[in-house]
Design a binder for this molecule. Structure first.
Ligand code: AKG
Ligand code: FE2
Length: 324
């Protein structure tokens, strides 16, 4: 297995014991649930814990860490893939929700975001991703169309460090790969001129098509010049000059060139470094048969790059603060 993948099959029994120690109905009291998940994170198997700590400290070239072989329920014991959110408050804890929160608790602060789009999305730590028939074209509920490269919440001043996606069901045909483009791999493909142009160049980003006042300021490359962070959301970055267009095209091509498809299947948990990769998802065919692709998602903040001000609690909702 590549170094960006950890085989967790040997830890299944220990991980099941951790899941069994969590409250059986997480949404009955989410704060209590997250507190338990964070406490139990200290009991993760040592090999897994070391891999998470190493990734948290230094990242890696690929910009992601994939945990495979986690103890998902047999498919016939899982509920049908949801068709609406939020899930019923009394739904029993699923193993892949347990894994999401224990691993998230090991990495940092599990966080719910007000994304600044009004109340279009439910504000919670525990997101559900599944195909829907008429989705917003830029949302994870798409299936027929490719979800284009983006950085999650790049318009938010407290953009999360990690996106965790755990998989209860993959898609039927094995096509719905999550696409990851690492800036550490793409940077050497950019000319000095493009790097200079993009570094610290401030783009305005409109994040709500219905509201012209909804504007944030986003940089495509920033941070350490030799090892920059990336923020990418092509459809939202307003290029103003021919050089802007050229530089963003070059960044887009470089990210595409290094893109790796990561096909999530049951029992996988993908940790995306949201500062170092842009991600998307390949198109796939939903069947609407209760067995469609079903992921659980959580955002995690760390003390990197101004995400935490101090005094936060896991499960708190971060108010919307546009990036300036
Ligand atoms: O479905 C996936 O693999 C990724 C979804 C995603 O990027 C999103 O919802 O923001
Ligand atoms: Fe995303």
């Amino acid at each position: 297995m590549p170094p960006s993948t950890i085989d967790c099959a040997p830890y299944q029994a220990e991980l099941l014991a951790l899941a069994a120690a969590l409250p059986a109905v997480p949404r009955a009291d989410l704060y209590a649930f997250f507190e338990d998940a964070i406490r139990l994170a200290k009991n993760l198997p040592q090999g897994l814990r070391d891999g998470l700590d190493e990734f948290n400290a230094n990242g890696n070239q690929d910009g992601y860490l994939l945990l495979r072989g986690l103890p998902v329920e047999p498919d016939d014991e899982l509920p049908a893939t949801p068709t609406s959110s939020p899930p019923p408050e009394d739904r029993r804890l699923l193993n892949m929700e347990a894994m999401l929160c224990v691993v998230g608790g090991a990495l940092g602060l599990l966080t719910a975001y007000d994304q600044g789009y009004g109340n279009r999305r439910s504000i919670t730590v525990l997101h559900e991703l599944y195909p829907t028939p008429d989705p917003h074209p830029l949302s994870g509920a798409t299936s027929k169309t490719q979800l284009e490269f983006h950085t999650d919440l790049s318009h938010h001043a407290h953009q999360p460090n990690y996106i965790l996606l755990s998989c209860s069901r993959g898609d039927h045909e094995g096509k719905a790969a999550t696409l990851v483009g690492s800036i550490r791999k793409a940077l050497p493909l950019l000319s000095d001129e493009v790097r200079e142009h993009l570094y610290d160049r401030v783009f305005t980003r409109r994040f709500d098509a219905d509201d012209p006042q909804a504007i944030a300021h986003v940089k495509a490359l920033y941070g350490d010049k030799d090892d920059p962070y990336v923020s990418f959301n092509r459809s939202f970055l307003t290029a103003e000059t021919p050089q802007d267009v050229e530089a963003l095209n070059a960044l887009s091509s470089a990210l595409s060139e290094v893109t790796e498809p990561v096909l999530l299947t049951r029992g996988d948990l993908l940790i995306i470094d949201n500062f170092r990769i842009a991600h998307g998802r390949a198109p796939f065919t939903a069947r609407w048969d209760g067995k469609d692709r079903w992921l659980h998602r959580a955002y995690v903040r760390t003390d990197r790059n101004g995400q935490l001000a101090g005094g936060e609690r896991a499960g708190d909702v971060v108010p919307f603060v546009p990036r300036r």
